[in-house]
Design a protein around this ligand. Sequence first.
Ligand code: GLN
Ligand code: ZN
Length: 793
Amino acid sequence: MTLTTHNLGFPRIGGDRELKKAQEAYWRGEIDQTQLEQVGRELRRAHWQLQADAGVDLIPTGDFAWYDQVLTLSATLGNIPARHRNNAMATVAPQKQDDQACCAHHSNAHEPSEWASAPCKDIDLDTLFRVARGRAPTGQATTASDMTKWFDTNYHYLVPEFHAGQTFQLSWRQIIDETAEAIALGHKVKPVILGPLSYLFLGKEKGAAFDRFDLLDNLLPAYQQLLTALSQAGASWVQIDEPILVLDLPEKWQRAFEPVYNRLQHSKLKVLLATYFGTLGDNLPIAANLPVAGLHIDAVRAPEQVLTLIDHLQDHKILSIGVVDGRNIWRNDLEKSLTLLKQARERIGDRLWVAPSCSLLHSPVNVEREEKLPEDIKSWLAFAKQKVQEVVTLKTLLTNPEDATAQAALEDSSAAAQARLSSKKIHNTEVQARLQAITPDHARRDSIFALRIAKQQALLQLPPFPTTTIGSFPQTDHIRQTRSEFKQGKINAVEYENRIRQEIADCIAKQEQLGIDVLVHGEAERNDMVEYFGEQLNGYAFTQYGWVQSYGSRCVKPPIIYGDVSRPAPITVSWARYAQSLSKKPVKGMLTGPITMLFWSFVRDDQPRETTALQIALALSDEVVDLESAGIQVIQIDEPAIREGLPLREKDRKEYLDWAVKAFRITASGVQDETQIHTHMCYSEFNDIIKAIADLDADVITIETSRSDGELLQAFEQFNYPNDIGPGVYDIHSPNVPEVQTMVNLLKRAAREIPAERLWVNPDCGLKTRRWPETEAALARMVEAAKILRAQV
Ligand code: GLN
Ligand code: ZN
């Protein structure tokens, strides 16, 4: 045995977002399934080859997904909601459609071998897309499965739906087939699947009340079948991810680990149990003692656990140490990593494996392709391809320290770390002085909400149930083309400005026609809500190809915060002023808040995140004040990412929320009482942060509620949330045009708990991913719903 390197997952989307483009072309009917499958196959082949060429010993499979890896697993286990399944119409009584899960086709248990030759007909590629996009097999609209953030990342997974008493059967071959496919190409692979406890834990109950924990017994046989099938496909290792081991777990769940992994022991397949995104903490003894062949831990987020874990580790077990950061883009300080790995190796010898901290799903693909980054900044970075190489270099430095290439890489890495530490680009004394001068007054509005809202209402004169939108309107091809032509220098600044102004004018006219009360300019100038602002702030750098999957076909290109942040000039003021000049109705100024600016960027790892957040807050507070001076009476500061920053462990949360709230309040508090501050948050659960959200003291908050049937609103109701609130009345993730009555009902339900005079009417989120026809149709109905409510409540 010699020291082994492996990877936990490679970004599936492709360096040119090939998968995204193919998915979307398929949904538009421009390519057929065979063509789509071909793109997937090509990407997998290229990514496996890249890792093999770098010298990675065990290459992951199962990291590819057509939409989301959790959804793939749901399909694998036959856990597809009845309403999305192919035979939904034929085999399920209509009134039961939404209550039944699992695969009717498999109600008589199939042997694995029989299954292999007769795969489930209820599930195919289109089924996966229907779950994610909210379609019944007939093509009719139905509710999509919920989507929620994957731990504290900006990746979103499809939440598995569970029903009392349901059973599970292997029903979708993808992970197995792709494992066989990689093996056939000559690779030594390690399939990666989410473990049964995390899978259940991360899902939610539907239908009659029950505890999804009780489904474990039904679930494990399907996992056993899957393991057998993976072994038959030729795998000798499987990586089973149980990332919930870094969370505060109820005792019942903690105790379940050992019996579950006893039952998952397989004669031919060795299990590497993977945890990431944090420290095992009180779950460490559980993880250390599981009957598995090896354990992977995140040594970037929690380096301190390495040696403790070694103390607990049985003699025969592998310990995989994730030293290369899968969540950030900074080049590894090889020397530092080497010190840790050497310590570990002295204790456990070649039972040590080296890996990235987590799947590289969360990093962009290849920094070499970047042509526009300043050379020094570029030399501080590593994307997935480079991270894989770092892992292999670390192995070489451990096993063959004389190797000249590895030595050169080590020297390079140390030189880059030194250069970054002393670079003048990073430190700005003015920004640091301003930070020092922050007082409590900077984070406080002049008056309390009750006084402010009265003044605002006197000025704005809005009707009850005022209607508004979240900011963006459809990003048409024409808009994208305008931005890209400007970026490429094909049109000049004057032409660009004229065209964007025209878009703004059209957007304002449409909203006036629809009868919306508080208008927006539509965000036509923005490629992305973070990149747009980052581009105009000092301390931010941008990549050309640094795409990371956010969900499905949606990718983001997070900026890189490398230095102290400041605002050299106003950002949105001229667009906002122009938009307001076109209407007598109030037009909302629209900004991305400091916490979202932080968490949707790759952040500095050389200073606390709090410091960076406050720097951004100061820069944005200047923008807020400038908008007010330009005559903007309503300013929205979007903070969809506030919950994302929430530390995974309870004990760390208060400290985070304190500085996050402070950063928002510093951004918002420079204005007069009369200026109405809105904020917006989406795809969140609010229960655990409701107090902090109230502490933001925004005059109005708009939130996502429609996909959870209004469930998300309960947190606000129970807390007696004191300020105005706009529960999103329809799901913007789907092209379905909502029913008036559904929206009326949602708001009536809300009005039972929240005083009607504090309710707003708005969609769940921005409309940038939608097209105009459905947008206008939906908003017309939304305005109609508001009118009905005004007449009734
Ligand atoms: N103002 C943004 C928009 O409408 C908000 C987007 C978001 O919350 N993610 O697009
Ligand atoms: Zn949103």
